[in-house]
Design a protein around this ligand. Structure first.
Ligand code: DMJ
Length: 645
């Protein structure tokens, strides 16, 4: 109608002249462009924007740069670039992977970032950089998947944490000496990482004497164990350039299409655990999808008559599994099949697929039902008959982390997993009644049990139990709480003694309490130290539980000993004999040194609000996993938030 009134314009019927049509179209296209352009100025949360603009358009991609902003942009990389669609991951060495790595922009500004972070305002800069990474990841993930209530919402999970994961000031301690010590541990991590990167990049572990990489046969052809094990340690220490290198490697080079024979346990605690905690800390979708892809590959190990998995699995399409050749009569190992629970529950959580939880609950059910000699759990079980194969019980190797995962399952379930609780305190009672001993010199220790006969030996591995009993103390029967805390302190003290009684001030692989020995190794074959974390792990928990300064002092003694005896020119190495000052190195920088030993030391010298125990449990490789607050995530409860995240 408007056009009819324009001078010089006549209309014939419904039609318009060509020039009129042109003006009309011009006007219309201008209007559309204007409206579309306006969408960019709307906040991300506006639904209209999400409908019209894909995530790619909302969040432009910058890959490989080291500046704070660029790191943040990297984390917002579109989902399609981060994930391989199922079944389409490039095989090892194929051009798909290569092409991806070539298409990355060069990392030109890492050095600049490092220099700046080392400057006076480094701490503030780091806090800012990391909080930007986390909040941008939260936005990316929630806008991506928040609308679907069937899928995991990263934003909701973050909202259900009681405290910010990295604390108010990244856990920086107020006391200058403690802070100096913490900085020293961070320097050790950087040194270990730099040497791994220089000489063994992409291999599983560094051989620091020969300056090359080690692949080994535990991970079934998977590579980069030190990278996956380091992701969260680098992140919490604020080594952001190194974290980004690690993440980029996962993106471009972590090939899960391996066809080798892997330890189900090791792949689970290091790879699945490492990827899960990297995801929970950063919100980076890449880590979630890799964890899911790998988790699925582990499922065939459970195809046994009882559902108890075998120890070794082929990660290729066959999915065949078998028991370790050295395990009695084709049996499965308690510490292996009993150390899947935390990671598998989280795999179900993230995938909304109950299968993982079902698998580990089935193990739990069988163990709950089966008759236990004196209430104890022997180390070997047949995956075919579901019966114990041998009556050897140990809180050290072969048994250890099964007990750890019982109490941590209870804590991780927000204290709702009552079976885990009952089984844990039941097992602890049996352990106390049958294994806990006092030496003539007054040291409390955990002996091993062989069909009713005690072997008065305690492995380094068993020293984690100080921390375990400590974290479980509060949920024990009220009349037992102080007793548990005392027991935890006594065990930790004994383990410290095993360190102080050696020439190097590092502890042996196993120490004995017989033939006149008190917390010392008597056999040549038990004298080595391979950078293990368990003693330091207990210091860290005991520090958090009691704030007794001796635990920090003991941790510092360990730092000094590591520096003096294990640090070599190109990394850290284990030693063959802790009782001699002329050390012989074993030429191996274990990946758990980066994921556990250095992380626990760093936490020991940090404030308690760095990965607070109210929100996190550590898997047995020290990868932090969040407590699952089901009711909060369903929106049924308001959590007690002490700070904004
Ligand atoms: C780690 O891989 C884990 O802590 C595991 O549970 C036992 N041993 C090593 C470190 O000693």
């Amino acid at each position: 109608m408007v056009f009819r009134k324009l001078p010089g314009v006549s209309a014939s019927g419904m039609g318009l002249r060509l020039s009129q049509k042109f003006v009309f179209l011009l006007f219309l296209s201008g209007l559309v462009t204007l409206c579309f352009g306006a969408l960019f100025f709307l906040p991300d949360s506006v639904r209209l924007k999400r409908i019209f603009l894909s995530k790619t358009e909302i969040q432009p991609v910058t890959v490989g740069s080291g500046s704070e902003n660029d790191v943040r942009e990297h984390l917002k990389r579109p989902k399609q670039e981060q994930e391989h669609p199922r079944g389409m991951t490039s095989a090892k060495g194929e051009t798909g992977t290569k092409a991806k790595s070539l298409s990355r922009k060069p990392s030109v500004s890492h050095e600049a970032t490092e220099e700046r972070l080392a400057g006076g305002k480094a701490q503030e800069d780091l806090t800012l950089a990391r909080s930007k990474i986390e909040s941008s990841s939260e936005r990316a993930t929630s806008s991506d998947r928040g609308a679907n209530t069937d899928t995991f919402s990263y934003q909701k999970y973050r909202g259900c944490l009681m405290k910010p994961p990295l604390g108010r000031d990244n856990g920086k301690p107020g006391d200058p000496q403690t802070n100096e010590r913490r900085e020293k541990v961070k320097e050790m991590m950087k040194f270990a990482w730099d040497n791994y990167k220089r000489y063994a990049w992409g291999k599983n572990e560094l051989r620091p004497l020969t300056r090359n990489g080690h692949i080994g046969n535990m991970f079934g052809g998977l590579r980069g164990a030190s990278i996956i094990d380091s992701l969260d340690t680098l992140y919490i220490m604020g080594l952001m350039e190194e974290y980004t290198e690690a993440k980029d490697w996962v993106q471009t080079s972590l090939d899960l299409n391996s066809n080798g024979e892997a330890s189900l346990f090791e792949v689970n605690i290091r790879y699945v655990g490492g990827l899960l905690s990297a995801y929970y800390l950063t919100g980076e979708e890449l880590f979630r999808s890799k964890a899911m892809e790998l988790g699925e590959k582990l499922l065939p190990a459970f195809n046994t008559p009882t559902g108890i998995p075998r120890g070794v699995i082929n990660l290729g399409s066959s999915g065949t599994s078998w028991s370790w050749g050295w395990a009695s009569a084709g049996s499965s190992i308690l510490a292996e099949f009993g150390t899947l629970h935390l990671e598998f529950v989280h795999l179900s959580e993230l995938s909304n697929n109950p299968i993982y939880t079902e698998k580990v609950m089935n193990i739990r059910k069988l163990l709950n039902k089966i008759e236990k000699p004196h209430g104890l759990y022997p180390n070997f079980l047949s995956p075919v008959s579901g019966n114990w194969v041998q009556h050897h019980v140990s809180i050290g190797g072969l048994g250890d982390s099964f007990y750890e995962y019982l109490i941590k399952s209870y804590l991780m379930s927000d204290k709702t997993d009552d079976d885990a609780k009952r089984m844990y305190y039941g097992a602890l009672e049996a352990i106390e009644a049958n294994l806990v001993q006092k030496s003539p010199g007054g040291l409390t220790y955990m002996a091993e049990w062989r069909g009713g006969i005690l072997d008065h030996k305690m492995g380094h591995l068993a020293c984690f139990s100080g921390g375990m009993i400590g974290i479980g103390a509060d949920d024990g029967a009220p009349e037992k709480r102080q007793h548990y805390l005392d027991l935890a302190a006594e065990i930790t003290h004994t383990c410290h003694e095993s360190y102080t009684r050696s020439a190097t001030k590092l502890g042996p692989e196993a120490f004995r309490f017989d033939g006149g020995a008190e917390a010392t190794a008597t056999r040549l074959s038990d004298r080595y130290y391979i950078l293990r974390p368990e003693v330091i792990e207990s210091y860290m928990y005991m520090w958090r539980l009691t704030h007794d300064p001796k635990y920090r002092e003991w941790g510092w003694e360990a730092v000094e000993a590591l520096e003096q005896h294990c640090r070599v020119e190109a990394g850290f190495s284990g030693i063959r004999d802790v009782y001699t000052m002329t050390v012989s190195h074993d030429n191996m920088q274990q990946s758990f040194f980066l994921s556990e030993t250095l992380k626990y030391l760093y936490l020991l010298f940090s404030d308690d609000d760095l990965l607070p125990m109210e929100d996190w449990v550590f898997n047995t490789e020290a990868h932090p996993l969040p407590i699952i607050r089901k009711s909060c995530q369903r929106g049924e409860a308001t959590q007690d938030k002490t700070a904004s995240k």
